[in-house]
Structure formats: structure tokens, C-alpha cells
Design a protein. Structure first.
Length: 349
């Protein structure tokens, strides 16, 4: 074990619970994910029994009404897993690499940049293919991330956490105004994307979400590879540099990974807020401050939140439903306040 690894391991152990508790927290998240998956298939405007779920998965019968309902929910359930994992991990990566507890794909403007790029492509080309929309979303997120860093870097202090948050929020507002202007001018684009704009899992097909999996997997590997660098950054940039970390390289790789995750999630489901902000803080309360645990735990917890939000949206006003983007905002605010009051103030990034 090198001196760098020993230093990081000692710091991580001092800042969090023991290995047994961390493993227990991960096991709990796996159980919650399994329960949320089952609830997503069982519950809705029309609830079905467990026998219908098992039958639909094993040998689908199109003449069975219950199985048809389950089949219609499979795509949005898969979408919640894919998008939730992407947003949860993206938030953890951003918070670690920027040492900013408010870092999130929404607050830093990445969702807004992806949305604007997708809407521009849709307005110019009409019904564009998913790969083209994904490429546009990546480009929009990458440009906004570069702009946020550029704006925050002005001044002697450089890109401090508060400047990143303020710069991202300001850019998000401005970009959102441009997006809304385009949607108001182009009625066909507005009609096509009004549900997507608030964040929805109901419009995507299973093929759509499966197509996004390889891109999200690539982004996840890049972000996960920066976990040790995030632990070093948590002790201060000077300390991280003294320990031998190449922060520019780590932040470049992490930024590319975050752009892949956020851009793909936005392209297939629209801009969904609060997941990337709230999930890393929630899992930090369970596994401590070690990003080698925070990042994998965020991969599990993100889908749990999105599945529960999507299921709740189907149960609130049946037979109508509230889109998952709205439900995440409604659930996220109170939960985030509770977490702040129950200990998040003591978290040091």
C-alpha cells in the first residue's frame, strides 16, 4: 500500500462508519431497489397482482388484461432504473470533483444546456432520431459545463464552490428562457416536447432505454474512476496535489463522464431535477464520506428515488398521472430539508 493510499484510507475511515455498516447500507439499498421495482410493476391507476407480474415476465399472454398492464409498465420501470442511476452518479461525481455540496446537473445548468440543444434540433429537423438527440444533449451539456467553469474561474479565487453554483444557476435561468422562447414560437415543437420538457418516463420505449445503456455505462466507468481523486479533493486541493493526484486529468475524465450521464438521461427522459443533488447527500448519511462507497451507493439509490416518484405520480390522481419530473421536485424539497435538519449540515466536502 502506497503512502497516498494509506492517507486516503485513514481519512475515509475517520470520516465515516465501519465496513460492516457500509455493507449493511448497500444491502439495504439493494432491498429497497427490489421493492421499488416490484411496486412500479404492481401499482398504478389499475393495480395488478404478483401472479400477473410473474406470468407477464415468464410467458406473456396478450389476452390477459393484467399482464398487458404489467407489460406497459416494463419500459418506464427500466427507464427509471437507467435514468435514476445516471443522475444519481452524475450528482455524486460533480459534488466530489468540485468539492461543492450544491453541485447537481440541474443547478450547474447541464440539464438546461441539454434541453436547449435537443429543442433546437427538434425545431430545425422535426422528429429527429434518438442518437441525434443524444448527441445534441451531450454537446449542450458539455458547452454549458465549460461555460460554468469559465465564468466561475474569473477572479483571483478561481472556481470556488459558491461561484460554480451561482454561475450555473444564472446560466440555467438564461438558457431556460431561450428554450421556452423557441417552444413558444414553434407550436409543433412545443406539442411534441411539452411532456418531455418537465421530465417523463412514460413516452420512452424499451428500445430507447436499452440504447442509452451503453452510453451511460461508459459515463459511469469514467466517473467511478475518479473516486479516489474525489476523496483527495475532499481534504483540499493543495493536499490532493501534494498526494500526487493530477486534478486536471481527473476533472476532465469526470466531466466527460458526467456529460455522458446527464446528456443521455436528459435526452431520453427530459430534465429531471433534485435527483443528482439529493441522492449523494442521502447515501453519505449511510456510508460516510468515502466516494468509493458514495458513488456505487448513488447508482443504487438514484433508481429507488425515481421508481418511487414515478409510482407515486400514478397513484395521486388516477386515472391521470403526475409526471416523474414534477414528483421529484415535490418529494425532493421536503426530503432535502429533513436531511439538512438531521445531520447534513455537518457534512464536509
Amino acid at each position: 500500500m502506497t503512502a497516498t493510499e494509506s492517507t486516503l484510507r485513514a481519512a475515509a475511515e475517520r470520516s465515516g462508519p465501519g465496513l460492516r455498516r457500509k455493507l449493511g447500507a448497500v444491502a439495504l439499498l439493494v432491498l429497497l431497489l427490489a421493492a421499488a421495482l416490484l411496486a412500479s410493476l404492481l401499482l398504478g391507476a389499475r393495480s395488478v397482482g404478483l401472479d400477473s407480474v410473474l406470468a407477464a415476465l415468464a410467458d406473456f399472454d396478450p389476452m390477459d388484461g393484467g399482464q398487458v398492464v404489467v407489460q406497459s409498465r416494463l419500459a418506464r420501470t427500466a427507464g427509471a432504473v437507467v435514468v435514476g442511476a445516471a443522475l444519481g452518479l452524475a450528482g455524486a461525481g460533480l459534488q466530489g470533483l468540485t468539492r461543492n455540496p450544491l453541485a447537481d446537473t440541474g443547478i450547474l445548468g447541464l440539464n438546461a444546456g441539454s434541453s436547449l440543444a435537443v429543442v433546437v434540433v427538434a425545431a430545425l429537423l422535426g422528429a429527429a432520431s434518438l442518437p441525434l438527440l443524444m448527441a445534441a444533449a451531450f454537446l449542450g451539456a458539455a458547452l454549458v459545463m465549460a461555460l460554468v467553469y469559465l465564468v466561475a474561474s474569473v477572479g483571483r479565487e478561481g472556481a470556488t464552490p459558491i461561484k460554480l453554483a451561482l454561475g450555473g444557476a444564472a446560466l440555467a435561468v438564461g438558457i431556460g428562457s431561450i428554450t421556452n422562447t423557441i417552444l413558444m414560437i414553434s407550436k409543433s415543437t412545443f406539442d411534441e416536447f411539452r411532456r418531455w420538457q418537465i421530465g417523463s418516463l412514460s413516452a420512452g420505449s424499451m428500445e430507447t432505454y436499452l440504447l442509452a445503456v451503453p452510453v451511460i455505462a461508459a459515463g459511469a466507468l469514467l466517473v467511478l474512476s475518479t473516486a479516489r481523486a474525489c476523496n483527495a479533493v475532499a481534504m483540499g486541493e493543495d493536499t490532493a496535489l501534494a498526494l500526487g493526484f493530477n486534478l486536471k486529468r481527473s476533472r476532465l475524465l469526470g466531466s466527460i463522464g458526467v456529460v455522458l450521464l446527464a446528456g443521455t438521461a436528459t435526452a431520453v427522459a427530459g430534465p429531471i431535477a433534485f435527483v443528482g443533488l439529493m441522492i449523494p447527500h442521502a447515501v453519505r448519511l449511510l456510508v460516510g464520506g468515502d466516494y468509493r462507497w458514495i458513488m456505487p451507493a448513488s447508482l443504487l439509490a438514484g433508481p429507488v428515488l425515481l421508481l418511487l416518484a414515478d409510482t407515486a405520480g400514478r397513484l395521486v390522481l388516477p386515472p391521470s398521472e403526475i409526471q416523474v419530473g414534477v414528483m421529484c421536485a415535490m418529494l425532493g424539497g421536503p426530503i432535502f430539508i429533513i436531511m439538512m435538519r438531521s445531520g447534513m449540515k455537518s457534512v464536509k466536502l
